[in-house]
Design a protein around this ligand. Sequence first.
Ligand code: HEM
Length: 397
Amino acid sequence: MVERSPHIPPDRVVSFDPYRDPARTADPFSVFEEFRDKPLLWSPRYGGFWIATSAEIVRAVYQNPELFSSRLTGIPAGTFWPRPLIPLELDPPEHRKYRKVLVQPFSAPAISRHEIAMRDACTKIVSELAPQGACEFVSDFAHQFPTVVFIDQLFGFPREMAADFVRWNFTLLHGATVAERSAQSEQLITFLQSAIDARSKSSNGGDIISHLLRSSVDGRLLTREEVLDTAFLLFLAGLDTVATAMSFAFHYLAGHPAERCALIADRSLIPGAVEELLRYHAFVSNTRTVTRDAAFYGVELKAGDRMHLPAPVAGRDPAEFQDAHRVDFARKPNRHMTFGLGPHRCIGLHLAALELRVALEVWHDFIPDYELASHDPPSFRAGTILGIDKLPLAWDR
Ligand code: HEM
């Protein structure tokens, strides 16, 4: 904990800890509701940080990268990566040049070309689970499916490596100790470096690494370091997030059979359900660093202050969404910020949405009727990225 500095009004101080407080409740999203009475709060934990308390403020921060830098996006400040992750931790105008490189392979038309293979991969996993009558959804499905798509379709690595990647990614993000996470990071770096070496001998493949090796910024090819920094971010950003979104979605559907039946009866509801389940379970909370002293929503910010943007604050703001605490698959408009907003808005959103849609379609073809396993309740994970550690489901064989 740090001392409150004089520019922080005493009535704004709350002792909020993103790594502990959401874990204290059965609904990890609800803890943020108590924040709404003041526009900005401040927590002395992890070096001190402001907390945005409405969708309006979260949007204003995302859309002002000149005042709110992405150079340090974590709480506490600093990552285990020695350089800025590309493009996540770059600010405009630098950011724009590197993001441009990723636009085409992650565009909606490019991603839709993976749908058939994606559906096949999903069918294989679910058809093997269906006769079992039960599973631990997070490890048996939610991590498996996006990882197969990612390494097979996007990176062109052998499909048999999916189990390794599931394990690597989990340890990298959720390993028990810093040493464990760093060792895992080293292993992934070594693997990616050798893949970059191999692909640089003939970079005409359709995979992401070959694409990066052919891409230019400022009229020159990306350096190998830049290719590595981008590929590493894709692994960090593109696997656990989708698994988490799927786990929250299926947790909700397992506990709400009437809504699940409506979805099964009318498949045209699925795209809207994907967006609504993402809004309701906004789980990626980002942080920015203030670049200069400025007045903002009634307080004085100082250069270097951190600004935390809790995703559930934006996703369930009643000033933004009518009946914000109700899931409505037909909600329109549904301008949620679960994928962020502004220059850094998630580049993988078309991929994530398609994977979620395919998962909802294929799973319910094979396993329409399921429930939370009565003997083994789900467990949630707090943090700047909320998650589900364990989701045991059961169904009639
Ligand atoms: C449901 C799943 C996902 C969620 C909720 C999510 C959420 C987010 C959010 C909130 C941001 C903004 C970060 C910021 O402003 O600091 C972001 C950025 C990003 N995401 Fe995702 N993401 C998901 C899936 C993916 C996937 C599948 C990929 C790629 C394979 C991906 C790649 C990225 C990248 C590269 C960025 C940085 C974009 C930039 O800085 O311009 N994400 N994501």
